[in-house]
Design a protein around this ligand. Sequence first.
Ligand code: ADP
Ligand code: MG
Length: 468
Amino acid sequence: MIRDHISVWNNCLSIIKKTIEAQPFKTWFEPIKPVNLEKDVLTIQVPNKFFYEWLEENYVDVIKKAIKTELGFRGTLNYQITVENHRQVGSPDFRQKKTGQTDDATEPVLNPFAIPGIRKFKVESQLNPGYTFDTFVEGECNRFPGSAGMAIAKKPGGTAFNPLIVYGDVGLGKTHLAHAVGNEITKRNQDKQVLYVTTEKFTNQVIQAIKANSVNDFMNFYQMIDVLIVDDIQFLSNRPKTQEIFFNIFNQLHQAGKQIILTSDRAPKDLVEVEDRLISRFKWGLVADLKAPDFGTRMKILDKKLEGENLSLAPEIKEYICTHIKSNIRELEGVVISLVAQSTLNRREIDMKLVREVIRQFVSMVEKEVSVESIKHLVAKHFNMPVEKLHSKTRLREVVMARQLSMYLAKNYTNSSLKSIGDSFGGRDHSTVIHSLKAVQDLMDTDLIFKDNVTALVKKVKTTLVNK
Ligand code: ADP
Ligand code: MG
């Protein structure tokens, strides 16, 4: 059977004809011309934009049903509009025009991936309204990514920073900055459809879409987004299907001049188990890293957080806090929250003594001075195996797990680099360590018993630190 645009459209018409009155059929469907069929995308030509909008408003269900019946669940309809005798092929550059603007011959046409009925639907941005540029303290450590973010906010999709990739260690403000850009764009232009999604959530959506046989709808949904923010793309690692779908969405949005903002806990080149073609795309735009804040910036951030909590502290107390909490802004915030809790709930005055106590809890957890060796001993003892086993080449599941877990703890509770952690486990390279961190994270998400083991070990590591 030959399947061309004419026969497909004729079949659609016979389906549609059965469900609507003769007169509207004549008015709204007879003037339509099928122009192209490529894969599962049928392109039809309608006389003008109003015509198209009318179809979408009134006949979307009928059209959708006919298309799906003819072309299967992947079937998509693309409109082409004739503008003052100029025929234009659907261009992904379509921007909704403001009312009052006059039509001109170069008016771009509709998004070729538009599926009837989906285009007009407003997507919740999922942005956190508290993460703005106003609450984001600027310092040497974040000036570069911060100003790139601001430039993007002023002209989403219109700068060379596409994608913008913000990377940096945990707690340095990647998520905050990404939201700030999104919020700023929304503030400047309500029409821009911004969407924030974590890589975890995106992955789950992909899994659901595959299960429900609706990958195509899923991809179409993402086509409507003007500014896509994907947080923590390091979690794309080892997820080939998610990567494939993300790759397609990325390409379509990028081609359409839509803005993409990504965050990662490492530079693109250090992403492991992520396809090269994706990594090379990531390098198209701007890769900017957030560094640990210097003392002055920490003081400014602390002031901001105190202001937010309506709390004021003596200068020497602030200085003490910023001297001790060095590399993670989330922890700086944690200290403030603890202090607020202590002073309001327990009605304690915030003096040096209290601050020392609070910091001690934090610093003991975070000031990474436990050694990799002591972690290995703790883990080996916990699982009742000789320490040397952790270095061995064995693939025994429990040994592999204990080793991965040790690496995970070493990364989180020492200052050792990935490379030196690898070295201290029988000369493994840094990508093995990254893989282990991911494996532990995945297992914690799925295996409750394993998670209990991790929690117990973390407690032991912290106790070691406190008793130091
Ligand atoms: P990451 O995503 O890099 O792990 P987050 O963006 O979650 O870090 O930041 C951790 C916390 O520190 C957040 O509550 C955020 O508001 C705060 N924070 C980070 N950077 C700044 C900054 N420059 N100014 C004010 N607060 C910040
Ligand atoms: Mg984050």
